[in-house]
Design a protein. Sequence first.
Length: 617
Amino acid sequence: MRICSFEIRNYKSFLEPRELTFEEGFNLIVGQNNVGKTALLEALSLRFMGKPHRSQLTAQNPTTVINPLSSALVKLAISGPELRELLLEYSGNFSVPVQTGLSVSPQKGICALEEILSRDETYFTLGLNAHQGSEAGFVIKNHPTRPFQEVNKYDRINSLPDKTGFNHIGTYRAEEDQQFDLGIVVAGVLRNRIYRFEAQRMVLGSSAFGYNAVLQPAANNLPEVINILQGNALLIQDFNDLVHRIFPSIFRVSVKPVPNGILEILVWTDAPHSRRDDLAMQLSESGTGVGQVLALLYVVLTSKYSQTILIDEPSSFLHPAAARKLIEILKEFPQHQYIIATHSSEILRAASPATMTLIRWERPQSVIELIDAGKLSGIRKCLMEVGAKLSDVFGADRILWVEGDTEEECFPLILAGHRTAVGTNIVGVKHTGDFSSKRIPVETIVGIYEKLSQGDAYLPPAVGFVFDRESRTEAQMNDIMARSQNKVRFLPCRMYENYLLVPTALIALMNSLPDFSQTPIAVEQVTAWMTSNGGSAKYLSAPQQSIAVTDLEWLRTVDGANLLIDLFQDLSGARHIYNKTDHSVQLTEWLLKNDPGVLQELKTFLVEILSAEGQAA
């Protein structure tokens, strides 16, 4: 089964309805904290309590009566074989509408039912009404056999005792048989196949002994079902393997009986083959999130039918690495539908969702914005072209596109703590050479990048594009800046690595690397090498006979990246290669701590770009 579409009205922060659509696989509900994501998952469980929206929109004056009814509309899908098995196992009666004006036949309702069961997939559309303080109840909206004209007869049906077919009980007036409507019966069963995992820690460490292998929607009987699972040696091993993949410190979980008919879950963090019960800890004493993961893994691993699994902000109860592993494992069970509420870019990155729904707070209500799947796919492709991911830009207020990975890592360090950088994601792009291409107008190239961050609320606007000067002339850079309407800016130096050519910082890095040299490198060695080699044609477009490492013009124009590569190669005796990203980050961190003035020019440059964009907005 799966939820195909859903809309909620007059519930908590949601006032006006907006239809949400969901697909098989992963569906993300994204948004900042306290915008209504959790409330939406509560409603999607189809077990919500009536809690009407309260604001000036619903109480415009002292005499306005707040509408006490919260309501929803849901469309459910279920396959023919699954529906047949559901109805054969159902212990009660259910009804199929009979078209008005046709002769009554004991087989007519069964024939209509068989026609439904023969379909690959059947859809049921139902309303849910919840008066204030009461749980939502189903109202049939669209029965798969209901004709366009009014229905006034139902055929009542149940399954045969041997569960091989169906039996006709009788024909009843519509008003007498609504409660037995096939859609309401099916929805009632399917509602029990929707599991909602809350953001807060679940206390599931003990429960009464029993024989029910189906986990309750609230997971209250988790010890009971794991105890039954222990009877299947292969399945419990698979279960424990999945747990260990997410929590490497947990080798297995088990259940043991304690007094008064209670079962208790134990978590084993000792050696895999330990037989010391006294070394195992109770689940209630284990880390946050373990209980949720155990319940979730049990559902995906053991469910006989496809389930809809609602997960509220997995990063709130799991470390980012564990959350990624959880998503990777869920992908191994594609028969289930996953609806995840999150504001985590890590979850977004791992899930590769089929649908995304954005929730924004527009006082005094939550507003739902659907992100078209085709558009989402197109955005992903564009981002891949520039070497970025959707998770790189999701959740930011604005984007500053920069030269590459090194700048993406280092510029945030330089701007750390400055108010102009708050809410800004700095993202490296891939094809920076396109900006000087003579074949493609620079306006077109800039437009491609701007499309990624304009026109849709779920993607932030672009602040601009900051690139290396390389060997461009002032005239060439001015032309590109003018044609891009000053969106493209160039560093004061030839490239970022030029700011890192500080002998004291370089020896600190070199001497921290294992086996860089048999004896510690001295500042004089670095200075001598740069003085002897830094003026060659390999590093300068206009070679110099001699240079000084303090020469500002040389520091601006030298090819800093290639110079660092050769410097490391020679002084390490070819034992170390300069790693552009890792070593540049380490040098940046050292400079910020020990000689921050070296990076002040660059920091001022970046702050001016961010400040100018803020003033323009």
